[in-house]
Structure formats: structure tokens, C-alpha cells
Design a protein around this ligand. Sequence first.
Ligand code: NAP
Length: 235
Amino acid sequence: MNKLIVVTGGSKGIGRSIIERFMAAGFDAVACARKTDDLKRLETETTSKLKESKLYTFTADLAQPEQVKEFASFITSLNRSITVLVNNAGYFVPGSLADEPEGALEQMMDANLFSAYRLTRCLLPTLKQQGHGHIFNMCSVASIKAYANGGSYAVTKFALLGFSKCLREELKPWNIRVTAVMPGATLTASWQGTHLPEERFMKAEDVADMVYACWAVSERSVVEEILIRPMQGDI
Ligand SMILES: NC(=O)c1ccc[n+]([C@@H]2O[C@H](COP(=O)([O-])OP(=O)(O)OC[C@H]3O[C@@H](n4cnc5c(N)ncnc54)[C@H](OP(=O)(O)O)[C@@H]3O)[C@@H](O)[C@H]2O)c1
């Protein structure tokens, strides 16, 4: 049977590239997102190319605790080992802490941090019982570097890195690996409307290749952090 990867926010951008990378290597995948149409498109496009792999999709807003639970129940109902979990769902609203709209921090905490925290907690009993697994948390360069227009987004990504570090320490006894992924600017829908040239950004495929490479090292090692930036540095 194929191995299984679960990717939150798998319908677009970096999440989608990770799904395609792992499916090309023979994995089955579970993807979730809020928009069912995008998930259906992903399903059509991947299954026509990758006939040996199966894709499961689930519509959920992971900023909502009840929907996280429903997604987790869907995953466990498949009755499969979870080889890789990628907590990728999230979004960026630029701004300054002083001037961003009221509620920006709370909303981004729900989508960028609590989605990962809640889903991981739901799946940990399965992962611990397996005695293996690999959790990737999609942090950001904004997890280690504050910048003027980062606002609450950067606060949530610093927190997600903290979550990753704590999880890494906790899960050693169960042989569950934890990796914090910190990409710089990557050309996805999040950058729609940018006037910067395409070449100034990383490709989502490059982030996916790094995630796959980290998963593929032997069981004796864990890559704790991936820091990957555009060739010419941060934007
Ligand atoms: N692009 C960059 O430069 C960059 C750099 C560093 C880190 N990151 C991080 O990488 C991750 C992916 O970013 P991306 O650029 O690939 O974004 P993207 O192209 O906008 O894709 C985001 C994905 O997450 C889903 N999503 C968003 N909010 C969700 C929610 N509440 N519940 C469920 N799914 C949700 C989206 O689908 P729906 O809209 O249908 O829900 C989509 O599948 C994010 O965590 C982002 O912060 C991105």
C-alpha cells in the first residue's frame, strides 16, 4: 500500500506543490482547503497524471475548531498510517501592528497557528501509536525576522516556530520527526498583483523538493529547520 501524506491548504501554492511532489514519488495524499472547486480541480489534474496514487480531498475552514475536528475524523476514518503531516494552511495580511484592522491577530492566529496546533493534537494519538511520522509546519522567514510590514502575520509565524520547537522536543520518544519550514518569498496566489519580476521569487516546487528531501533522509536523522530564500534575498 502507498504511504500517506496529509497537507492542509493543499489546493494551491506551496501545499499543492508538496502534494504533487509526494504523489509523484508514489504517495497517496489527503488535501483540505475552504474552496471545494479548487480541490476538485486538484483532484482532476493530479489523478489524470498520477494514476498509481490516490488523492482524498476534504472541504474545511481550519480556522474553525469544529471543522478541524471534522477533518481529523475524516483522516482517521481512512484507517491508514500517516507518514507525513504538513501543517501548511495559512494566509498573509500585510500591515503594521498599530494600524492593521481590529481582529487581524486573532484571525491569523486561528488560521496560521491554531489550525496546526489543533489538527496536530487530534492526530497525535494515531501518530504515537504508529511510533513513526513526520510533521512539517509551514513557518516563514517571518518566523525569525521582523519587518515593518509584517504586522500580526509575523507574530503568528514566530509562534508557529515556537510550536514546532516544543513539538520536536516532546515527540522524540515516539520517533516522530518535526521540521519547521521557513521559506522566503515564493511565487503563489498570495503574491497576486505584485509588480516585482517573477525571477525575484522562489518557485513553490523548490520548497516542495526541500520538504521531500528532508523526509527522505534515514530514520537516524531529523532536519529540524529548513531556511530557504530567493537567490537575491528577502523582498
Ligand atoms: N508564498 C510565500 O511567499 C510564503 C512564504 C513563507 C511562508 N508561506 C506560508 O506558506 C503557506 C502556504 O502559502 P501559499 O503562498 O502557498 O498560499 P496560497 O497559494 O494562498 O495557498 C494557501 C492554501 O491554504 C488554504 N487555506 C487558507 N486558509 C485556510 C483555512 N482557514 N482553512 C483551510 N485551508 C486554508 C488555501 O485554500 P482556500 O483558500 O480554498 O482555503 C490554499 O490551498 C502559508 O502558511 C504561508 O504563510 C508562504
